[in-house]
Design a protein around this ligand. Structure first.
Ligand SMILES: [Zn+2]
Length: 208
């Protein structure tokens, strides 16, 4: 579930839809959390959907650290990539803002942390744009994301948190706020299982 102070917005013909803030949202806000309406699929379930649905699923879902495909039920599935993302995950099922958002600011994450099956061309226009988005960038970027997350988590108990009921680790947040080095690493989001929902380059079939 995305934070209630967000909405779907047509960004441009080039980018399509995106998600923007409707009010000021401070750094350290839980901007997204997995909730019971989100759908989580195993690779076997994805295979059974058949090839007609795979491109749609690939576009609107992501693969988590357990190799499961997550399809958000709300406008969370329209969150765009930025090479300078405002929303980062400490390797668990929620994301934190790592800087303040003003009304109208786009809420972005970094697709290189989502276990992409294929590299993507990047249109983010950030001064730090990498030009392409690749899973191979994850390891290099994770230390930077961890530093940003550990700074943001220190104020997690000082800002409004409407998504708190959906955070499984909510009992730990107070601890992490005062001991940010104990926050899990963004690396937790990297799929370690080789049998994750990946698509064979040869035949376009998800392999398990
Ligand atoms: Zn970029």
């Amino acid at each position: 579930m995305l934070h209630p102070w967000t909405r779907l917005n047509w960004m441009s013909d080039e980018v399509g839809y995106g998600v923007v803030a409707t009010r000021f949202i401070p750094k350290g806000t839980i901007i997204w959390a997995l909730d019971p309406l989100d759908q989580v699929f195993t690779s076997d379930e994805v295979k059974k959907f058949g090839p007609q649905l795979w491109p749609t699923l690939e576009r609107y879902s992501y693969v988590n650290g357990q190799g499961l495909r997550v399809l958000c039920w709300d406008h969370g599935r329209f969150m765009n990539h930025s090479c300078d993302p405002v929303s980062l995950s400490p390797g668990v099922d929620f994301e934190l803002t790592v800087r303040d958002l003003q009304p109208g600011d786009e809420i972005t994450c970094d697709y290189s942390s989502l276990n992409l099956e294929q590299d993507l061309e990047c249109l983010c226009r950030s001064p730090h744009c990498r030009g392409k988005i690749s899973k191979s960038q994850f390891a290099k970027l994770a230390p930077l994301w961890d530093r940003q997350l550990r700074e943001a988590v220190q104020v997690v108990n000082q800002v409004e948190q409407p998504l708190l009921p959906w955070v499984k680790e909510r009992a730990l947040l107070e601890r992490w706020a005062s001991h940010p080095d104990e926050l899990p690493s963004a690396y937790g989001h990297m799929t370690r299982k080789r049998d994750a929902v990946t698509r064979s380059a040869k035949n376009g079939v998800p392999s398990a």
